[in-house]
Design a protein around this ligand. Structure first.
Ligand SMILES: NC(=O)c1ccc[n+]([C@@H]2O[C@H](COP(=O)([O-])OP(=O)(O)OC[C@H]3O[C@@H](n4cnc5c(N)ncnc54)[C@H](OP(=O)(O)O)[C@@H]3O)[C@@H](O)[C@H]2O)c1
Length: 326
C-alpha cells in the first residue's frame, strides 16, 4: 500500500510518499480502507523523533481515520465489509489501509462525510475523557478551556454546552469567533489579557470549577489561582514547558484542588475501547442530529502533508486539518 513515511526524523520536508506492507487483520480486528485522516500535534512530535509510538503500534504517523471496512478478521461480529467507520489509532493513519480492533471502530453516521468522520476521534475522545471521566463536570459549572480554538478545545466547548455547563476560553484574538460560535460564553485574548484577572471578574472572585490545560508551566500558578474550591485541573499537554518556577502550592491545599494528567495514546486497549463505547453511545447520535459538529480547519490531499504540518506547527489552524487519502 501507499503510505507517508519518515525515512529520517526532522522538519516537515522529511515526510515522503512510499510503499509499506498492507497490514493483515488479526482475530477481532478489521482492515479499513482509509478515506481520510487528520493531523495531530503528536504527529509533528513523532516526525521530529521526540514521541515514539508505543510498543507494538505502527511506526507510520496518524492517530485517527475514517473509511470503509474492507476485510474482517476471525471472530469479528460487529462489522461487515462496506461499513462506514471512523476511529482512534495507535498509529498508521497516514496510509491507504489500517487494522484496528473491532471495538475501537465507531459507526460513521450517513449524514457525515469521511472528512468529517476523520476529524472526530482524537479530539472528541480526548475532550470527553478530560471532561467526563477525569474532571466529572456537572451542569452549571464554569469551565476554562485553554487553546479554545484547538482541535481538542473546539470539541471541549461543544461537550461542555451539551452537559449544560459554561465554557470560558483562551485563544488568540483571530480565533475568538470560532469559539463563541460553538457556544463559549467568553473568549480571553491571552496575548493581551491576564486570564487570571478576567476569570476573577467573570466569576465574581469565586473561580472556575474546572480548567482544561495544554500550556503547563507558564500557566500553572495562574491556573491554581483561577480554580474555585474543590476545582479540578486536567493537564493534557506541556506546550509551554515542564518546569514552573517559583510556584506557590498553597492553593492546592487551601482550596482542596485536584490536578490530573493524562495521555490517551498510552492508555490500555481496554481503556480506549471503554472510552470509544461511551463516545459512540453518548455523542454519535448528536453528530447525526447536527448538535455536535466536527470542526474542520482545512481539508488537503495527503500529497500536501508537508504544508499541513507546517500550518499546524505555526499555530494557524482553528480546528482539525484533515487529509484526504487517495
Ligand atoms: N493528553 C492527551 O491525551 C492529548 C490528546 C490529544 C491532544 N493532546 C495535546 O493537546 C494539544 C492540543 O491538540 P490539538 O490537536 O487540539 O492542537 P491544535 O489544534 O494544533 O491547537 C493547538 C493550539 O494551541 C495554541 N497554542 C500553541 N502554543 C501556545 C502557547 N504557548 N500558549 C497558548 N496557546 C498556545 C494555539 O492556538 P492560539 O492561536 O489560540 O494560541 C494552537 O493553535 C496538543 O499539544 C496535543 O499534543 C493531548
Amino acid at each position: 500500500m501507499k503510505a507517508i513515511l519518515i525515512p529520517e526524523f526532522g522538519a516537515p520536508e522529511v515526510m515522503q510518499m512510499g510503499a509499506w506492507e498492507t497490514p493483515a487483520p488479526g482475530p477481532k480486528e478489521i482492515r479499513v480502507k482509509i478515506k481520510a485522516t487528520a493531523l495531530n500535534r503528536a504527529d509533528t512530535m513523532q516526525r521530529r523523533g521526540v514521541y515514539p509510538p508505543p510498543p507494538g503500534e505502527s511506526p507510520i504517523l496518524g492517530l485517527e481515520m475514517a473509511g470503509v471496512v474492507e476485510k474482517i478478521g476471525d471472530g469479528v461480529t460487529k462489522w461487515k465489509e462496506g461499513d462506514r467507520v471512523c476511529g482512534l489509532l495507535g498509529g498508521g493513519g497516514y496510509a491507504e489501509y489500517c487494522v484496528t480492533h473491532e471495538d475501537m471502530a465507531i459507526s460513521l453516521p450517513d449524514q457525515l462525510s469521511f472528512e468529517e468522520g476523520a476529524a472526530i476521534p482524537e479530539v472528541f475522545l480526548t475532550a470527553y475523557q478530560a471532561l467526563h471521566w477525569l474532571a466529572k463536570i456537572e451542569a452549571g459549572e464554569k469551565i476554562l478551556v485553554h487553546a479554545g480554538a484547538s482541535g481538542v478545545g473546539t470539541a471541549a466547548i461543544q461537550l461542555i454546552g451539551l452537559a449544560g455547563a459554561d465554557a470560558i476560553v483562551t485563544a488568540s484574538a483571530g480565533k475568538h469567533q470560532t469559539c463563541l460560535d460553538l457556544g463559549a460564553s467568553h473568549a480571553i485574548d491571552y496575548k493581551k489579557e491576564n486570564f487570571e484577572e478576567v476569570v476573577k471578574e467573570l466569576t465574581d472572585g469565586a473561580g472556575v470549577q474546572v480548567i482544561v490545560d495544554f500550556i503547563a508551566a507558564p500557566y500553572f500558578q495562574m491556573n491554581l489561582n483561577s480554580l474555585a474550591l474543590e476545582g479540578r485541573l486536567v493537564m493534557l499537554s506541556l506546550i509551554g514547558g515542564v518546569k514552573p518556577e517559583g510556584v506557590n502550592l498553597a492553593p492546592i491545599l487551601r482550596k482542596r484542588l485536584q490536578i490530573i494528567g493524562t495521555t490517551l495514546r498510552a492508555r490500555s486497549l481496554e481503556y480506549k475501547i471503554a472510552l470509544t463505547k461511551d463516545l459512540q453511545t453518548n455523542c454519535m447520535p448528536h453528530f447525526a442530529s447536527g448538535k455536535l459538529k466536527p470542526i474542520i480547519d482545512s481539508v488537503i490531499p495527503w500529497t500536501e502533508v508537508v504544508q499541513g504540518h507546517q500550518r499546524m506547527e505555526s499555530n494557524q489552524n482553528a480546528g482539525k486539518i484533515v487529509m484526504v487519502v487517495s
